[in-house]
Design a protein around this ligand. Structure first.
Ligand code: BMA
Length: 377
């Protein structure tokens, strides 16, 4: 090589090395390497955003001050009625889509759900989808009926597996692909399948399949959506309460198959359990925080709540202390389903003013905070 050539070679090599370092430092480890830009941006932004406040089925129904139900009122939400903003994150459930029904197991029509999800995206907020499917080997059985060995049977029987993909996964793939913004962009959503699997109340629960079978079933599901070119999903892994890091990771399908680390933990038996709940929820959050930082993944309290919010100061006495120093990307309370089964306040509820106090603290974000965070850019 003459002098000039060797200089060029040197320059090019340095440039290539720099480019490689740049690409590898900015590349996101993400389950779906073909995810849309907005989906990847959401994943990245979730890592640094303040905690988003979430509520299941928020714009679909809720409670009136006299505790009767309202259903499908235009532009209404119990959270919005109280603080003037929608939650930053809203959850829905896909259960019964696999049965070909037009509404989910809680009577939320899928067509409406699709509109609510796109509305939430246009506002700059986030949607998350759980799934309570009936039993695939006997669809007359609900998601909660005790059924042994469903997962091993499907995994070991090609015909059953084909059937599962066709009747259970395909309708979901079509639904995900139908989520389009006004400008045609695919709307990113957080998909949280086979949740609370450390418990045994669903057919995918710990008593009904081995660790390896659960992981294989999860991977099969993710691979199916990738193959069907569904590119607007972030995959959230969400256990129930767990004892330790080892317990949390027992059925973890691997870093290539999970985008978001989560867990569900409900507060029961208040007030006697108040301190114990705060302490255990904090500990679990610290565990997934450590894992999230190690694995460079966002982490969240994917489902929580105190049924009927029987503590007037639950929001500032329990929720804020739980979240303190957690860095959690989001926290979601469950649905305002019926007079004796609700998890967010409604106008006139005893915890209304405390909820406002939590919102004013700025420690959790709602619609405006989510918008300001530009989560998709
Ligand atoms: C449960 C309850 C049920 C509901 C199910 C799925 O926690 O709220 O009433 O059917 O979630 O959303």
């Amino acid at each position: 090589m003459n002098k000039l050539k060797s200089k060029n070679f040197f320059n090019r090599t340095v440039l290539a090395m720099g480019l490689f370092a740049f690409i590898s430092s900015s590349a996101v480890a993400q389950v779906d390497t073909k995810a849309t830009t907005e989906t990847t941006n959401l994943l990245n932004n979730l890592k640094s955003v303040k905690t988003l406040f979430g509520h299941q089925d928020d714009p679909v129904y809720g409670l009136n001050p006299d505790k009767t139900r309202w259903v499908d009122d235009v532009d209404r939400s119990d959270i919005k009625s109280i603080i003037g903003e929608y939650p930053a994150l809203i959850g829905y459930d896909l259960g019964h889509l696999e049965l070909g029904k037009s509404a989910n197991l809680d009577n939320v029509p899928f067509d409406k759900m699709r509109l609510y999800i796109t509305d939430q995206y246009e506002r700059g907020g986030v949607s998350t989808l759980s799934w309570h499917p009936n039993n695939p080997l006997d669809v007359s059985k609900t998601t909660w009926d005790k059924v042994e060995a469903t997962i091993p049977t499907i995994l070991n029987d090609n015909k059953a597996l084909r059937q599962y993909k066709k009747t259970f996964l395909k309708p979901l793939a079509l639904f995900f692909k139908s989520l389009k913004a006004q400008n045609g962009e695919a709307v990113p959503v957080i998909f949280r399948p086979y949740h609370e699997h450390t418990g045994s109340w669903f057919w995918w629960g710990a008593d009904y399949c081995s660790e390896e079978e659960y992981k294989a079933f999860w991977k099969m599901t993710v691979d199916y959506f990738k193959k069907k070119r569904v590119h607007n999903l972030l995959y959230a892994y969400s256990t129930d309460k767990f004892r330790s890091e080892e317990h949390y990771l027992e059925r973890y399908p691997g870093d290539d198959y999970v985008d978001i680390l989560g867990f569900d933990a409900y507060h029961r038996n208040a007030p006697s359990s108040n301190d114990a709940f705060v302490q255990s929820a904090k500990e679990m959050l610290q565990t997934i925080k450590k894992l999230g930082l190690e694995k460079d993944k966002p982490y969240a309290l994917s489902e929580t709540g105190l049924e009927q919010v029987t503590e007037a100061n639950w929001w500032t006495n329990i929720v804020l202390p739980v979240l303190e120093d957690s860095g959690a990307s989001y926290i979601m309370v469950w649905r305002n389903g019926r007079p004796n089964h609700f998890y967010a306040p409604y106008p006139g509820h005893s915890s209304e003013s405390d909820f406002k106090k939590m919102a004013e603290s700025g420690e959790v974000l709602f619609e405006k905070g989510a918008k300001a965070a530009s989560l998709y850019k």
